[in-house]
Design a protein around this ligand. Sequence first.
Ligand code: GDP
Length: 364
Amino acid sequence: GFKMGIVGLPNVGKSTLFNALTKTAAAQAANFPFCTIEPNVGDVAVPDARLDTLAEIAGSKQIIPTRMTFVDIAGLVKGASKGEGLGNQFLANIRECDAIAHVLRCFEDDDITHVEGRVDPVADAQVIETELMLADLESIEKRRANLVRKLKGNDKEAQQQDRLLAAAQEVLENGQPARTVEVSGEDMKQWKMLQLLTQKPILYVCNVEESSASDGNSKSAEVAKMAEEQGAGTVVISAKIEEEISQLDAEEAEMFLGEMGLEEAGLDRLIRAGYELLKLETYFTVGPKEARAWTIKAGTSAPQAAGVIHGDFEKGFIRAETIAYVDYVEFKGEGGAKEAGKMRAEGKAYIVKDGDVMHFLFNN
Ligand code: GDP
């Protein structure tokens, strides 16, 4: 599954948000109750109304949403990369994530201490980014030193690694994150394996006061501008509202959202922004037993998509019977879609589209 690490300065609302996201009725939907893997790891259901529609049409007994993992990564403060250095566990936590959700305090509240003594989310973002850049520089120096012997031995892979590490080092020394390095297609695989902290895509989560939850405030607007310049994502959330929603059942939550002038809960917006940032899509498998959603990267081929379900599906892939979501709904299910000529037989080269209803045929 895909993993989103929640980082931010102390007292910006990370834990409040994390607890709310992982406790909401939506997050706990269906047969997988929210499971705490560790106190700070939450595995949540990805809300998707299409899945309910499909299940209703097919009369599926079970609805199984796809999942996304959130990790509450506390411990980032100014100077964290100096002295003892960032803890190994802490770094490993970030490394394992596919993206970083960076929570920024955009609310004023004199009762809640700000570690820097002022509310300035853009400056806060830079404080954290700087720590991550320093940690990357330290790790690059160590890794390049370790490569020296292999480089003397003319090891091709070591040469490639060193060249990419050097490129990252150069931008970092100029105060830019590693994600600004332009990497060619041939280098991409090795580049991703470097697992630098500032390579990860960033989603800025603006934690605003309750009254600004629907439109944001001047601080979140500054963040949005910065995010756009960086090619990062932004989402406006009120952790306080999310905390309240997490206490309600689905129906009550919807009413409450309406009262607040919000169309969807923060969890939905956060996950959707995460999907966009990571270029993720969803496909479905639907039958009388279960209707299930699966997460893939955009551009995934049919066999790779089948591999998300089971490795054998990918290895023995023959073809996929495919119905677009809209056709499945319009023609009221597989039978109707088939009659209308909307069920396609797709081969190995087919690129799965968001919302496809798939049935894989494979050899084992
Ligand atoms: P963390 O250190 O980033 O995990 O921050 P917490 O989630 O523990 O929040 C720190 C304090 O700020 C707590 O007392 C929260 O109740 C409060 N807080 C969090 N979000 C908001 C918010 O949106 N508005 C206000 N006024 N207080 C908040």
